[in-house]
Design a protein. Structure first.
Length: 748
């Protein structure tokens, strides 16, 4: 009697996967897009799929190309795959970041782009120096057009895989006297002349090589080499990364991309969410697997996050769910101002401590860096240990230390360390040799450097530009010192930063971090109001710095921006500053319109889904922003939170659902200290909506997204958001305003 062969044993590494995870891990052939929602086990799916490719005999490690965004992620992936395969080391595969893998390829083919294999990869400082040399040789004012600004433009072009000859002159505009395209071309020529490239060149050169018809055989070799390609965090890829992947995947078509369109939050640094949104169009035979079972957060947290993100139109659609408990509802707390907000949050954290909740499981996630000051002050005051991630603590930041140095010299002219820090900041043409001479004179005569500088000016010991600059600076210090007793210290601080040129230096700087530095300086000045004088404030800062000892162990609150929190998770998360203009960011909406608003909404989704057990959202009725007090409106994202999943908390009537509002004669939404809820924008369901995952509350007057409208005062604009009778309209002057629909007319 014949017996049938035994069924192959189910591989142990596939045990414990849920149905969607198992489907993704076993979908080996053809294009596959794994939409991995927050907390759905994405890393496990990635590593299991890699192990399955190897263990099933589909591919040797050397036939797999696995791309990550960080070296840490690549190392973790390698270790986890090895563990799944019984501890055997996995060697020979192409695993790493985009830049690391492209660099490895380019060293093999460098001669095809005019380099040799020993080329140097320049760091950003070297690149800036080269740009500055080129600009100055072309007689471009590098103060008016800083090298950082020119380098940022070149980086953006490289992120889009554009060589100098691909640039449309109109796109370059009149920056650098209209010479940006020529500067880019000369920059590339100079890099080749010294056998070097920057990070953007690694992908740019490889794309150029692989697209060249003369190198078809080379591309075919790569197609034979890599039978399977996998990419993590696909929603964060830029155009160049996308093109490089497409070229390599054309052979086998076995491309597996893992990502979450709802967590694409890096558009400001070149990430293109459209790469993941058009995956099915790029690969018509693609298999789409949605990972929706969440293992991180409670039901109410998932419902609140889903309610917000459902308002985005640019998404593929999925609904996170959990078979765990619903847990606590997301709390929404209205407060009077930023100080009250910080006090509320830190008192809440103290309460958690008393309940024996570990501080390592608590995080405060802010939208903008300047928000951190009030929380840091309160944490220090209450003796709660904390760490700032993604940057230094507030008083340790470069721009804050520089500003404090100016204030210290005004209050205490004998502070030589402070004087040396800012004597040539912003640059005044005072070189190191001049500063050394001042220092030696001061030591020889036993006087502070400010006195030494005055003596040397009187004796005409300085010549040229340095002498004039020092004379003006010492005159300024004398004037500021005379105002200490007669001028409000906040006003004096602002005057010092303005008249010294320090604030202007950052306002004209075009680097990505410059705007944040300006905001921090204005927050510094705002924080002085609670002190009696400038000396009292400086004494407070000195004491704060003294108590900010390095945190040891794991018991500390994590304080970071929402962007820095992606990929992390905590039991308890506090999300302060949910006010229109701050979050969503007015700058993001003004510059990018609906696209910017939707990225801000994705950021809100990321923030909420960092929480496992408890999420608290706060907003203030009044906030000091950019040096001015504003009557803040609760964020539109607050209104989008579904009522079934939130608990509204009030402070003196600040949060009262349904309270009526009055609108002015232009139709503008008023400044208000209360919050009115509308019909819930989202109801949680056990499955995603198949055809239209976005939701917009219909306009009473029939307006829709994209409608062109006219307002009697503000002119023509386009509707970018609809919330019942309220319309968000982007006008031709770039401004965005919220108006009642009865105050505008539709333009056919």
């Amino acid at each position: 009697m014949m017996t049938s062969p035994a069924a192959p044993a189910f591989p142990p590494y596939l045990d414990g996967l849920n149905p969607a995870q198992l489907e993704a891990a076993q979908a080996l052939d053809g294009p596959v897009l794994v939409l991995a929602g927050a907390g759905t086990g994405k890393t496990r799916v990635l590593t299991t799929r890699l192990a399955h490719l190897i263990q099933s005999g589909r591919a040797f490690p050397s036939q797999i190309l696995a791309v990550t965004f960080t070296n840490k992620a690549a190392l973790e992936m390698k270790e986890r795959v090895s563990k799944l395969l019984g501890g055997a080391p996995v060697e020979g595969w192409a695993l790493g970041t985009f830049h690391a893998l492209a660099a490895r390829q380019l060293r093999r083919h460098a001669d095809l782009v005019g380099l040799n294999s020993s080329f140097t990869i320049l760091d950003p400082d070297d690149c800036l120096r080269l740009i500055k040399q080129i600009a100055e040789a072309r007689q471009i004012d590098v103060k008016k057009t800083p090298p950082k600004m020119m380098m940022a433009m070149i980086d953006r072009w490289k992120d889009r895989a554009l060589s100098p000859e691909d640039i449309n002159p109109k796109e370059a505009g009149d920056i650098a006297n209209g010479q940006m395209q020529a500067i880019y071309a000369e920059y590339q020529t100079r890099l080749r002349s010294v056998n070097a490239c920057d990070f953007g060149d690694l992908l740019l050169h490889m794309i150029r090589i692989l697209r060249n018809p003369a190198n078809d055989q080379l591309l075919a070799d790569y197609h034979r080499r890599y039978k399977y390609i996998m990419v993590d965090e696909y929603q964060d890829t830029n155009v160049a990364q996308y093109m490089w992947l497409r070229l390599l995947a054309q052979g086998s078509n076995n491309l597996c991309c893992v990502g979450d369109d709802d967590q694409s939050i890096y558009g400001w640094r070149g990430a293109e969410v459209g790469n993941i949104l058009r995956f099915e169009k790029d690969f018509p035979s693609a298999k789409i697997v949605r990972l929706e079972q969440n293992y991180r957060s409670t039901g109410h947290i998932l419902g609140a996050a889903g309610g917000v993100i459902a308002n985005n139109t640019g998404r593929l659609g999925k609904t996170l769910w959990s078979d765990g408990e619903d847990g606590q509802k997301v709390r929404v707390q209205g407060l009077w101002d930023g100080e009250a907000e910080a006090r509320f949050v830190i008192e809440e954290i103290e309460s958690l401590q008393h309940k024996r909740v570990s501080l390592s499981q608590v995080a405060i996630l802010v939208r903008a860096g300047f928000q951190m000051r009030e929380f840091e002050e309160r944490l220090i005051q209450m003796g709660v240990p904390y760490r700032v991630f993604g940057g230094p603590r507030f008083y340790e930041r470069q721009e804050i230390r520089d500003a404090l140095a100016y204030f210290r010299v005004v209050v205490q002219p004998a502070d030589d360390l402070a004087f040396e820090r800012i004597v040539n900041l912003p640059k005044r043409g005072i070189g190191d040799a001049t500063i050394k001479n001042i220092r030696e004179y001061a030591r020889t005569n036993g006087v502070p450097m400010t006195v030494a500088t005055g003596d040397m000016i009187a004796k005409n010991q300085f010549k040229g530009k340095a002498g004039n600059a020092l004379s003006l600076l010492m005159t300024d210090f004398a004037r500021w010192q005379s105002l200490i007793s007669t001028t409000a210290h906040g006003d004096l601080a602002g005057q010092i930063l303005d008249e010294s040129g320090y604030l202007t230096m950052w306002q004209t700087d075009k680097s990505p971090e410059a705007q944040g530095r300006v905001e921090n300086l204005k927050e510094l000045i705002a924080g002085m109001e609670e002190f009696d004088s400038l000396p009292a404030f400086l004494e407070h800062v000195a004491l704060v710095m003294e108590t900010q000892n390095a945190v040891t162990g794991d018991e500390y609150v994590s304080l970071m921006t929402l962007h820095g929190a992606k990929g992390l998770e905590f039991d308890c998360v506090y999300l302060p500053g949910w006010e229109d203009g701050l979050f969503p960011s007015q700058k993001s909406m003004d510059e990018n319109g609906l696209k910017g608003l939707e990225e801000e909404r994705r950021l809100a989704y990321v923030g909420i889904t960092r929480a496992r057990k408890q999420a608290t959202i706060t907003f203030a009725a009044n906030r000091r922003m950019y040096g001015n007090w504003v009557n803040a409106l609760p964020s539109r994202f607050v209104e989008e939170l579904p009522e079934d999943h939130i608990e509204a908390v009030s402070e003196s009537g600040l949060y009262r659902p349904g309270r009526s509002q009055h609108w002015d004669s232009s139709g503008l939404e008023p400044e208000r200290t209360s919050y009115q809820r509308s019909t819930p924008a989202y109801q949680a369901t056990p499955q995603h909506a198949p055809q239209n995952p976005s939701y917009t509350k219909p306009s009473v007057a029939g307006f829709q997204l994209g409608d062109r409208v006219r307002h009697a005062t503000f002119g023509e604009g386009r509707v970018i958001h609809v919330a019942g009778a309220k319309l968000d309209i982007r006008f031709k002057d770039g401004s965005t305003k919220r108006l009642m629909d009865s105050f505008v007319e539709k333009i056919s």
